[in-house]
Design a protein around this ligand. Structure first.
Ligand SMILES: Cc1cc2nc3c(=O)[nH]c(=O)nc-3n(C[C@H](O)[C@H](O)[C@H](O)COP(=O)(O)O)c2cc1C
Length: 247
């Protein structure tokens, strides 16, 4: 007598489970491959939008790609502060502990920056900046006037600081303070910093100070640290110095 087909046997269960896993993994991998270009395009659009926002050029319902035509991308060699082309942007540099005010350990040697152009002249320099806050790495862009000293804006687009505390950095009135501060003044070292409490009217050095965020001094300290790193001699200092010297 022929052996009866047992659909609940261990071998059948295994065949069905393996078959199902194979089919599912093929579907997931194909979706990842098909969606990758869409994801990359969206990431690029998001990056362009943030750069336009920190430059004050973003308009509601505007075509980001069209607005971004006013912006020129260049790559800077942080060691010399000069523009370079055709370099390996994956090359990383270890940051010596005593200079690592942003607590990031390493950074790329060659970094893209953005020129906001107006009538053929550079109107703003947009620099990527990032570093540790209290809970997270905070990623943003700093806008600097072509004198290499005056700030035009600072905007973070990704961080994990606490809502209502560290995330006050995203509030419009706090960000508005970054419109007209001085990174260096007469010094060759970065001076700009977030203080504890409010900047008193008329205080000496007030042009370098930003109001602290209430209950979030540690996030503010992180912002000070990352800005001092990125505008210092191991960051964009040599690059900004080229602009300071020629202005
Ligand atoms: C749950 C929790 C979340 C917090 N999140 C933040 C934060 O995102 N940023 C921050 O600076 N401080 C945060 N703090 C407060 C810090 O521990 C610290 O007290 C504060 O930064 C000191 O700032 P202050 O001197 O302005 O009060 C948090 C505290 C708690 C209990």
């Amino acid at each position: 007598m022929a052996k009866e087909f047992d659909r609940d046997s261990i071998s059948n269960t295994l065949i069905v489970a393996i078959g199902l896993s194979l089919v599912c993994s093929i579907i997931v991998s194909s979706a990842a491959i098909v969606l990758k270009p869409v994801q990359q395009k969206n990431e690029e659009l998001f990056r362009q939008q943030i750069i336009l926002e920190v430059a004050g050029l973003m308009e509601p319902d505007a075509d980001v790609t069209v607005l971004f035509e006013a912006i020129e991308e260049r790559v800077v060699d942080l060691e010399s502060g000069d523009y370079v082309e055709g370099v390996d942007t994956d090359e990383m540099v270890t940051i010596p502990d005593d200079l690592d005010l942003a607590s990031i350990g390493e950074r790329a040697r060659y970094i893209p920056v953005y020129h906001v152009m107006k009538d053929g002249e550079i109107e703003q320099l947009i620099l990527p900046v990032y570093g540790k806050g209290l809970w997270s790495t905070m990623y943003g862009y700093l806008s600097v006037a072509p004198d290499g000293n005056s700030t035009r804006g600072l905007q973070f687009y990704a961080h994990g600081e606490t809502p209502g505390l560290g995330d006050q950095m995203d509030k419009e009135d706090w960000r508005a303070q970054w419109d007209s501060k001085e990174l260096y003044g007469d010094s060759d070292q970065p001076q700009v910093r977030v203080i504890k409490g409010l900047v008193p009217d008329g205080i000496e050095g007030g042009e370098h100070m930003i109001d602290g965020m209430s209950g979030a001094t540690l996030t503010g300290n992180g912002i000070t640290g990352l800005l001092q790193y990125w505008t210092g001699s191991h960051g964009f200092g040599p690059y900004l110095n080229n602009f300071r010297e020629s202005s």
